[in-house]
Design a protein around this ligand. Structure first.
Ligand code: NIG
Ligand code: FE
Length: 420
């Protein structure tokens, strides 16, 4: 490609420009408004959106310096933002899936040494190069599905070496891959065998030894914890772990109320964390508290589906004025999927979100869940030129064409990186 037109792109006459306009997470009713421009044109200059034009407005730049896409009959959206994944891991757990289908629960498999600990063994054994290569392949697949920014968590090392290995691999991928990767340190994902029955001491290890190194090396932006019965159980531990993380400058996330109602949403609200994730079993009080404290409720329908659990109460959360985001939760255990098409279908069919709410939840609100709502997640002047074109004229096809990938073109910082 000619140097002059790198990162310069005009997308002309898209049947819909679904702007999702805004620069912060949207609460409740605001999630229904997508600010669609019919037959609009978007211009990206040097990787940044510089113009969002209505039908008939003249193009105020010299087209010679731009690549041009004629987008009639295609809807243009912001690239999807996936704010919760565990995409760096060694090994697989296909046997556990079969056991679950036979009736075993996720927690019973974990309690007998499978689950996260199983993946931890395989991730400790994997080399940096292997993890990098696997990570690259997974990011490639996600890009094809329209995801242009992804959050990734560590938490399959549970010791110094492997946690740092996972975080360094993600940093390297962020530097070399088209995908933007936002890293989260999740040292408190499970208590590993060498710390068995010493949960307090393991939390101390994370606070005193892991946080300072990760902060110093700039290896993670956020810190997360699996706050769950029989995982991090002693209620004081999540509180002091997260408080210490905040003191090191990390943003906070919680895996909350996934399997049992455990006060996770309430704790998220008390600490005013950035996002509380899962929330399948969140209490009414917890839902009201996160709404009032603007904690983003990040819901993971693919996980509920894969675990055959009840879905989080997305409809009620929105009706209670929550900021709801969606994420895939790609990981080798509870949800080995990053299927954005299935995510839309499940969010609408089973969580009772409207199509508009689901689109908001996987663009501007999911950008807010990783504190990026000022730079991605909508088609607004000044934002990064991360865009997707659908092969249909309306965003309404996203859940309707159930489970099918309708992403035609993926644009990252004004460059076409996928053209199906
Ligand atoms: O988000 N629940 C904890 N963490 C992951 C699952 C991790 C695993 O099973 O490997 C989740 O569901
Ligand atoms: Fe998770």
């Amino acid at each position: 490609m000619n140097n002059l037109i790198m990162n310069n792109l005009i997308i002309k006459n898209a049947s819909q420009v679904v702007t999702c306009s805004g620069n912060k997470g949207k609460h409740g009713k605001e999630m229904s408004e997508l600010h669609v421009i019919d037959n609009g044109t978007v211009i990206v200059t040097n990787g940044i959106i510089t113009h969002v034009l209505k039908q008939g407005e003249t193009i105020p730049v010299n087209e010679e310096y731009y690549e041009v896409i004629h987008a009639q009959d295609k809807a243009l959206l912001p690239g999807f933002v996936d704010p919760h994944t565990h995409f760096i891991f060694g090994g697989y757990r296909e046997e556990e899936f079969s056991w679950r289908m036979r009736g075993d629960s996720y927690m019973s498999i974990m309690n007998r040494g499978g689950g996260i600990i199983n993946t931890t063994k395989a991730t400790r054994e994997a080399t940096d190069e292997e993890l990098f290569e696997l990570g690259k392949q997974r990011l490639n697949e996600m890009l094809k599905l329209g995801i242009t920014t992804v959050e990734g968590k560590s938490g399959y090392g549970l010791n110094m070496d492997t946690e740092l290995k996972q975080l360094r691999v993600m940093k390297h991928l962020n530097q070399t891959h088209s995908m933007d990767v936002v890293s989260t340190f999740m040292g408190a994902h499970a208590v590993p065998p060498e710390w068995k029955d010493r949960e307090d001491a393991f939390i101390d290890f994370n606070i005193n030894e892991m946080f300072p190194i990760i902060a110093k090396e700039g290896l993670a932006e956020c810190v997360d914890i699996f706050c769950e019965k029989n995982v991090f159980t002693h209620s004081a531990n999540p509180r002091r772990y997260l408080t210490a993380a905040r003191n090191h400058g990390f943003k906070l996330k919680i895996h909350a109320d996934e399997m049992v109602s455990f006060g996770g949403a309430e704790l998220a609200a008390e600490l005013k964390v950035l996002s509380a994730d899962h929330l399948l079993q969140a209490s009414d009080e917890g839902i009201r508290a996160i709404a009032q404290n603007s904690v983003i409720a990040t819901l993971l329908p693919l996980t509920a589906f894969s675990l055959r659990e009840e879905y989080a109460r997305g409809r009620e959360m929105i009706d209670n004025n929550c900021i709801v985001a969606l994420a895939t939760d790609l990981n080798p255990g509870s949800c080995f999927s990053a299927s954005s098409p299935l995510l839309f279908a499940l969010a609408c069919i089973y969580m009772h979100l409207s199509v508009e709410e689901a689109v908001t939840a996987f663009t501007i609100n999911s950008a807010a869940a990783i504190d990026r709502a000022d730079s991605i997640g909508s088609i607004d002047v000044g934002k990064q030129g991360d865009l997707i074109l659908l092969q249909f004229p309306s965003y309404k096809f996203l859940p309707y064409h159930v489970g099918m990938n309708i992403v035609n073109t993926v644009i990252k910082k004004g460059n076409i990186i996928i053209n199906n």
